[in-house]
Design a protein around this ligand. Structure first.
Ligand code: SF4
Length: 352
């Protein structure tokens, strides 16, 4: 994982983690889970006994984390270190992360260390000739943005939205900027990259980057929200023989990111209404947080399958760790200054 060394807004990850523990926050994972299956969102964010239950991820997601770590290391030291040095560093990070996440070994050959190394080497080789055109302004950036009513907008209670984008990129010839979104897939890279064009996660990153620019809390020198043009999507297929790597830019209109903001506010309000109902009538949780069974096997078996199958008992609950995950966890830094609810918005440089 990364260590935080500086922040644009004077925030530290320790401060952010403490803050998130005491405030209502959302990220793409929370909203996507609520959208997919309300029951799953309930297990993950509320819990049948009031303790959120940690959502375990499969080896496909761990392979994605390994590639993310390598990607971040590879683009750290851009224009300071040679490409050979950065590639060497990224392999060290890839192996360390792999050993941390695959302690019990890989259950599929495509997740073996040898295959992961080959995939990463092919990515570096394939992207090498494009490097003069794309500058990683920041190889990994976290953010936390306060979403509150704007002047003239209908009233709602503010909340915070957080996330971690795979870098801020500049197209050198056009002098415009994009937020990075790296995904791994076990299927086709072309189809996956197409899916990212409308995907709420990358659109949300661009929306939040524009909001941070508007509030003067973004990368120095960028003052026009529309300078953040859209998404730089990167998809790497995790397969044994076939190699598929796709990179593509998706410009996003202001309407798209504003729609994302309004939709997010509605989704949060819908979730809040369910939480209110649950507070008034806790025994009706199965009715309030309904099941969407199409989701049960969508990305492998749902981590809460046993709770739905055998029911909520002390034994089945004990199988889970309490959830304390957030997208910025794993980073640390020295505290810098006191923050308040009103000022708590910013971007965070996450650097290995
Ligand atoms: S097993 Fe299916 S119904 Fe139950 S929480 Fe998971 S996705 Fe929802």
């Amino acid at each position: 994982m990364s260590d935080l060394i500086s922040t644009e807004a004077g925030l530290t990850v320790d401060q952010v983690v403490d803050f998130l523990g005491a405030h209502e926050w959302y990220d793409n994972s929370r909203i996507e889970t609520q959208d997919g299956c309300k029951r799953k969102g309930f297990y993950q964010q509320v819990g049948p006994t009031g303790v959120p239950l940690h959502k375990r991820v499969g080896q496909g997601a761990d392979a994605g984390s390994v590639l993310h770590a390598a990607h971040e290391a590879y683009y750290t030291g851009w224009s300071v270190l040679s490409e050979e040095r950065r590639r060497y560093n990224s392999f060290g990070v890839l192996e360390d992360t792999y050993r941390e996440l695959f302690k019990g070994g890989a259950s599929a050959n495509r997740h073996s260390l040898r295959v992961m190394r080959d995939i990463w080497d092919d990515y570096c080789a394939k992207c090498l000739f494009e490097d003069p055109f794309y500058r990683p302004v920041d190889p990994e950036v976290g953010f936390i943005i306060r979403i509150a009513p704007r002047h003239g907008e209908r009233s709602f209670n503010p909340f915070w939205y957080t996330g971690r984008a795979d870098g801020i990129w500049e197209r050198v010839t056009q002098r415009d900027f994009f937020t990075g979104e790296l995904k791994s897939t076990s299927g086709g890279a072309k189809r996956r990259i197409k899916s990212l064009k409308f995907h709420r996660q990358p659109v949300g990153y661009v929306a939040m980057a524009r909001e941070a620019i508007r509030q003067g809390r973004f990368v120095k020198g960028i003052t026009d929200p529309m300078a953040m043009q859209g998404t730089f999507a990167i998809v790497i297929a995790v397969q044994v023989e076939k190699r598929e790597i796709e990179r593509e830019y998706f410009p996003l209109t202001l309407k798209r990111t504003e729609d994302w903001r309004r939709q997010t506010i509605r989704k949060v309000e819908d979730w809040r209404a369910r939480l209110r109902e649950h507070r008034m009538d806790p025994a009706s949780w199965e009715e309030i947080f309904d099941q969407q069974t199409e989701e049960c096997t969508k990305y492998g078996l749902c981590p809460y399958w046993d709770l739905c199958d055998f029911g909520v008992t002390a034994d089945s609950i004990n199988e889970f760790e309490p959830d304390s995950w957030n997208p910025l966890l794993g980073s640390r830094a020295m505290p810098q200054h006191t923050i308040t609810d009103e000022t708590f918005t910013g971007t965070i440089h996450l650097t290995r």
